[in-house]
Design a protein around this ligand. Structure first.
Ligand code: MG
Length: 365
């Protein structure tokens, strides 16, 4: 099975509720899609959103990377040589992790199709069901409480609360949500770099003293401030999770050795795809550090690949934050991963099992 060509598209899905964090507000899932064609007639699917504030990747940059740096290296290569192909992808250019991730997602899809098994089985297998949390966007307190209650009523047992805008209000937000859903849902806070180290310690002490038990706090301080994150981690009992601070396996080694975080958030758009995500999961497991698997605000193709990873690495990926597809008004992608609110399951179709993508806009080659 040899790679014969690349096609590109764009897939947009309006959101049920605008997605707001300390860094941005968005009202639609807006993915670029790559299709890798082969001489056997099989097509591999990958996708990537633009997250300029996090990875620096924009749609324009992703398309240029695909067309001029990644696709030319892969043309004519054999799908069965997966490790060689991922090395070509990772070595083709610096950074551009979202562009690389989408291509790797399509390659792992093809690899599964080549050997007639869903991708998670070729990553080592596992129990093909997961339970994800749901993101509660940062907003007025009453709106956040209402969203949290609605999520619990839809069956979510873990909520990821976005904070980091104004620390005084943040504490009130969390206390109000805790009062509304305590005992029914685990609470995860995501500050999205919104606090200083001292603010983070003060806020977390106030919450701990008020009896608000949090499962974790994600990225309380700036991405580059590893010392600041260590400062926080040393002073609070709430587990700290690194997100924007961690892109590569080498970042993970540093975070763990400097004791800056208790948990690592793996996202394919940060790691540059599955090959480095696998390395990170295995590194964290060596150190006995748990991982979450997360996603950007993105649709089902890319998130499906993260689901396959999480199932295969369930020994170390113990927390699932793959709510991207559930935030859309509809899911235009038919693939082998089923997203039903909190419940996610994989069927036995080979690769990522993509059979239909409705509303895909074709982009010129
Ligand atoms: Mg985060």
């Amino acid at each position: 099975m040899k790679i014969t060509g690349f096609r590109y598209g764009r897939l947009r899905v309006p959101l049920t509720t605008p997605f707001k964090t300390a860094l941005r507000a968005v009202d639609a899932i807006d993915d670029l899609v790559v299709m890798i064609d082969t001489d056997s007639g099989h097509t591999g699917w990958g996708s990537a959103p633009a997250t300029a504030m996090i990875t620096g990747d924009t749609h324009g940059a992703i398309l240029e990377a695909w067309k001029h740096h990644l696709a030319p290296r892969l043309l004519g290569e054999d799908v069965g040589n997966l490790n060689h192909l991922t090395a070509l992808v990772q070595g083709a250019m610096a950074h551009n992790t979202s562009a690389k991730a989408a291509i790797e997602i399509a390659l792992y899809d093809l690899f599964g199709q080549r050997y007639g098994a869903p991708t998670y089985r070729l990553l080592g297998g596992g129990e093909p069901t997961l339970t994800t949390d749901l993101t509660i966007s940062v907003d007025y307190i009453d709106k956040m409480v209402a969203d949290a209650i609605a999520a619990v009523e839809r069956g979510y047992t873990a909520l990821k609360i976005k904070v980091g805008k104004d620390i005084g209000v943040d504490i009130e937000r969390v206390k109000a949500i805790h009062a509304a859903v305590a005992g029914r849902a685990l609470l995860r806070l995501d500050a999205n770099q919104g606090w200083t180290p001292k603010q983070a310690v003060r806020a977390l002490h106030q919450l701990e003293d008020a009896g608000v038990l949090l499962e974790l706090v994600e990225q309380p301080v700036k991405a580059h401030d590893i010392d600041g994150m260590t400062y926080v981690a040393e002073r609070v009992t709430t587990p700290i999770m690194a997100d924007e601070s961690v892109f590569s396996p080498i970042d993970v080694i540093e975070i763990i050795q400097r004791r800056a975080a208790d948990i690592i958030n793996i996202k394919l758009m940060k790691t540059g795809g599955l090959s480095n995500a696998i390395r990170i999961a295995d590194l964290a497991a060596l150190y006995g550090v748990e991982c979450m698997v997360g996603c950007m605000l993105e649709g089902s193709i890319g998130v499906a690949a993260a689901v396959h990873l999480a199932v295969a690495k369930a020994n170390v990926i113990t927390k699932i934050d793959l709510d991207g597809p559930s935030l859309g008004r509809f899911n235009p992608v038919a693939c082998n991963v089923r997203f039903e609110d909190a419940e996610i399951a994989i069927t036995e179709a080979p690769g990522l099992g993509v059979t239909d993508v409705q509303g895909l806009e074709t982009l010129p080659n």
